[in-house]
Each structure stands twice: as structure tokens, then as C-alpha cells.
Design a protein around this ligand. Structure first.
Ligand SMILES: Nc1ncnc2c1ncn2[C@@H]1O[C@H](COP(=O)(O)OP(=O)(O)OP(=O)(O)O)[C@@H](O)[C@H]1O
Ligand SMILES: [Mg+2]
Length: 473
């Protein structure tokens, strides 16, 4: 988008005035020429197609060339952002791909150079043709004028003024209009790319007449929710129904690909279900405005994204008008305040792109502090699978306990402590809720939960015991 908008900026500002001036010049010159000698004027007009026909062809060629150039440019920009980003660089180093990446980049810039040169050459062809015409045109007109003088139909003075002054001015204006045509046709390629993007329908948009969701207690229901991702073969969620009371802690468990993340996305209304409804406090969330809905939601993603900004600014993202006291209270609640105090510049320390200067546990606590500052009614948390050391783990658990108090919380659980503390555990498998209940109920019932527990959570319990053994001096 950025490249495309830059590309058409000049065309828009330069051509408008160019077109007006040139049209005025051409029209007034033609009028004077007609008054002086209509035969010479017709002769000059007969030569015009020689400028205009190439302009059409060159315009079309420029259009295609610019389209390809912009595509290549977009590809290269995306490539640079991805590979030169923090995660990209780490991956490049980890797989020692420096040489390969350099080659790939070289290939791309080579292709871009070729396209750019080609595009410039097309323009050259056009100006060469109009230059030729500017030399050839007067010669032909003089021939016609000479004939008219010899046969006594006009005077030498008229021929000279029409051919040398007026006709060349007309040719100049026509030539400019021709190259403007080339520029505009070429930039249509960019306009088309921009509009293609602007015309994309939004996945989720406010309904006409959507109301503001003011207060929310936090009760949530899924009613027969079925959802399939665009282009997916099978539904990610199928007839999912459950009710959660305000303030409850809900743990979502299930094997990979079961639809846990998808369920939280539907609750946050990143997508709308094809069938069924998601209800918050007896209101279908499609009937309220997106902005008011998201004001009541706090989300801690699995991939805890932080901006390349200070600790303070990252926290303020959740609530731009928060005071320093509020920020510190949130950091305190998320067990982050002491850590921030140990940083060289405290809350003004810059965390690095995506927060890469912080450890996994610190990032997680930042994300929790951010949500605490927002103070939402509904919390969605995708617990990280990474195994943290006992101290980090305890800090995070303390932070989480404070986060969950008084809020309806949906947690994609990877920790034993979370499932044990949960009011309801929903067991998902292949898009369906296959079981629900408390930890003890589900465990005694056997089934999928038991299997998951054996595979995933029990080793949690084992490590914890082991840690405790080590911790004893
Ligand atoms: N954007 C997407 N487009 C198409 N299919 C998707 C998309 N996101 C997820 N899926 C598919 O939907 C299904 C459910 O995915 P989901 O991310 O909800 O699983 P999950 O339970 O969160 O798994 P995990 O524990 O591995 O995170 C999977 O089969 C997945 O391949
Ligand atoms: Mg997931």
C-alpha cells in the first residue's frame, strides 16, 4: 500500500494542472490557426494521430510494466520486514541461512532492477517518437504551405506563423497530453492494487443498528456454534454449546487442533460463526458494536506481542489515560513491579522489537499487567506451554490469580494448577465439546480428560514435586 500510494502521488498532483494547461493551450492555438488558415490547420490535425496512437500503446505497456514492478516491490518489502525482523534474523542464524538469504535478496533486487529499467525504456520510446514527430511534422506542413503559396491561396507570412509558431506549440501540448495519458494509464495499475485492498470485505463488521454494550456482568453462552475457517475442509467448531456464569474460571482443554483457540476467537468476535450464536449477558454479541465489546475483553495471546517501545508505553496501550499509580498497581498485581525497578531506566526501558529483550516469563507478566490495567469483565488467556522455572512459575501463578478475580476467565490451560482451580473444564476434541465438569469429576469419569491428564498435566505434578525436592536445602 505504502509503495503504491507513493507511486501515484506525483501523478495525481502533477497531472491535474498539466492537463488543464495543455488543454487550454491546444484549444486556443487551434482557434487562432483556424482563423489564419484552415487548410494548414487540418494538415496539422491530420498528423495528431501520430502522437496519440503511440501514447495509447505505450500507456498500456507501462500499465503492465508498473503492475509487475509494484508486485515485485511489495514482495521485496514484505521479505525485508519478515527476514530482517527479530524472529526472522534468529531463524536465519539458527539455520545458517545468511548466504542463501543474501542470494534470495539479490535475485529479487535483480528482477526489480530489470523491471524498472524496462519501464523507463518504454517511456523513452515514447519521447523518441514524439521528438521525431516534432521535427518531421513542421517539414510536412511547410511542404503543404509552400504548395498553397505557389498556387496563390495564402501568403508566406501566414505559413511561417502557423507552421513555426502555432503548430509547434500545438504539437508540444499534444505531446504533453500524450505523456500524461501514459502516466495515468500506468498509474491505474497502482490504483487498481490499492482498490483491490480497500474493497476487501471485512471479516467482521458492525451490524446496522448495533448498540453499545454498556455494562457487562460476564455471563457467556455458546449456542450451537458451528464455525468453519474460509477454505478449510471441516468445521473448526461444530455445534458447541455451553453456559458460563459471571466470574467463573473456565479451562479449555483438548488435543492440538481441537478448536480451543478458535473458541476464544469467536468469543472475542475476531470471526462470526456460520451457525448458532455467542451470547454475552443474554445479548448476541453480533448485536453490539465491536468497539464496546472489545472494551470488556482482555486477551493474553499465546504469542505475547509487545511493541518496540518502553515498558510504560506497552502497558498504556491497554488504557492510554492511565496514571502512573495505576500502571504501578497493575505491574504490582502482575508481579512485575520489582523487575521493572531493577531495569536501568525503570518504566522507560525499551523492551525491543516484539519484546525480545525480556525473558519469556517477563513478557508473559507484561501481557498480564496490560490486561489488568484494562480491567475487562472477560479475560481470555492462551497459556504458554513453555516450562518456566519454579520462581517464574510462582510469580505467574500469583499474577494470574489476581487477573482472574472477579472476572469471567477463559483459559486454554496447559498447567495443572489452572485446571485444578477451574470452576468448569470444557474438554474439546475435533471441534466438539466431548465432556465438561470439574477436575475431580472428569478424572474419575476417565475418557479423554484422563488421557490428557496422564500425558500433559501429570508430568506437571511430577516436576513440581521434583522442584520441591531440589528446593529443600
Ligand atoms: N486461520 C485458519 N484457517 C484455516 N484453518 C484454521 C485456521 N486456524 C486454525 N485452523 C484449523 O482449525 C482447527 C482448530 O484450530 P485451533 O487453533 O482452534 O486449535 P487448538 O485447539 O487451539 O490447538 P493447539 O492446542 O495446537 O493450539 C485446526 O484443525 C486448525 O488447523
Ligand atoms: Mg491454540
Amino acid at each position: 500500500m505504502d509503495n503504491d500510494v507513493n507511486g501515484i502521488q506525483d501523478v495525481v498532483s502533477d497531472t491535474v494542472f498539466g492537463v488543464i494547461t495543455n488543454v487550454l493551450v491546444a484549444v486556443s492555438t487551434l482557434v487562432v490557426m483556424f482563423v489564419l488558415d484552415w487548410r494548414l490547420t487540418l494538415g496539422a490535425l491530420a498528423l495528431m494521430p501520430l502522437v496519440l496512437i503511440p501514447a495509447r500503446r505505450v500507456g498500456r505497456a507501462t500499465y503492465h510494466a508498473r503492475r509487475r514492478t509494484q508486485e515485485k516491490l511489495a514482495e521485496m518489502t514484505a521479505y525485508m520486514q519478515e527476514v530482517l525482523g527479530v524472529s526472522g534474523i534468529l531463524l536465519v542464524k539458527a539455520f545458517t541461512k545468511e548466504r542463501a538469504e543474501r542470494q534470495r535478496f539479490q535475485g529479487m533486487s535483480e528482477a526489480l532492477r530489470r523491471l524498472d529499467v524496462r519501464q523507463a525504456m518504454i517511456g523513452r520510446w515514447f519521447s523518441m517518437m514524439s521528438m521525431t514527430l516534432m521535427t518531421l511534422g513542421p517539414a510536412l506542413l511547410l511542404l503543404l504551405g509552400g504548395y498553397l503559396v505557389i498556387t496563390g491561396r495564402t501568403t508566406v507570412g501566414t505559413v511561417v506563423s502557423v507552421v513555426t509558431i502555432l503548430a509547434s506549440r500545438l504539437a508540444g501540448a499534444a505531446g504533453s497530453l500524450g505523456s500524461t495519458h501514459v502516466d495515468i494509464t500506468g498509474s491505474l495499475a497502482l490504483f487498481q492494487r490499492i482498490f483491490q485492498y480497500l474493497d476487501l470485505p471485512a471479516d467482521v463488521a458492525d451490524r446496522p443498528g448495533a448498540v453499545e454494550l454498556r455494562a457487562l456482568t460476564g455471563a457467556v453462552s455458546f449456542r450451537d456454534v458451528t464455525f468453519t475457517y474460509a477454505g478449510a475442509m471441516r468445521p473448526a467448531l461444530e455445534s458447541v454449546s455451553f453456559d458460563v456464569e459471571a466470574g467463573q474460571l473456565v479451562a479449555l482443554v483438548g488435543p492440538s487442533g481441537a478448536g480451543k483457540t478458535t473458541a476464544t476467537y469467536l468469543l472475542a468476535r475476531f470471526y462470526d460463526p456460520q451457525d448458532g450464536a455467542v451470547i454475552a449477558d443474554r445479548t448476541d454479541i453480533r448485536d453490539v458494536t465491536l468497539e464496546s465489546l472489545s472494551g470488556h475483553m482482555g486477551i493474553v495471546f499465546q504469542d505475547r506481542f509487545l511493541f518496540h517501545a518502553s515498558v510504560r508505553d506497552n502497558l498504556l496501550y491497554a488504557k492510554p489515560d492511565a496514571s502512573q499509580a495505576e500502571i504501578e498497581a497493575a505491574a504490582e498485581a502482575a508481579c512485575l513491579h520489582d523487575f521493572v525497578g531493577s531495569l536501568s531506566r525503570g518504566y522507560d526501558t525499551v523492551v525491543g522489537e516484539r519484546g525480545h529483550r525480556l525473558s519469556g516469563g517477563e513478557k508473559q507478566r507484561m501481557a498480564i499487567a496490560r490486561v489488568i490495567l484494562r480491567d475487562p469483565r472477560i479475560v481470555i488467556l492462551d497459556e504458554a506451554t513453555s516450562n518456566l522455572d519454579t520462581v517464574s512459575e510462582q510469580l505467574i501463578q500469583a499474577a494470574l490469580r489476581r487477573l482472574f478475580i472477579g472476572r469471567t476467565s477463559f483459559v486454554i490451560a496447559h498447567r495443572l494448577s489452572t485446571v485444578v482451580a477451574a470452576d468448569v473444564i470444557l474438554v474439546l476434541d475435533r471441534g466438539r465439546v466431548v465432556d465438561r465438569g470439574s477436575h475431580d469429576e472428569l478424572l474419575s469419569r476417565g475418557g479423554l480428560y484422563r488421557t490428557l491428564y496422564d500425558k500433559q498435566f501429570r508430568k506437571d505434578a511430577a516436576t513440581k514435586q521434583a522442584d520441591e525436592v531440589v528446593a529443600v536445602p
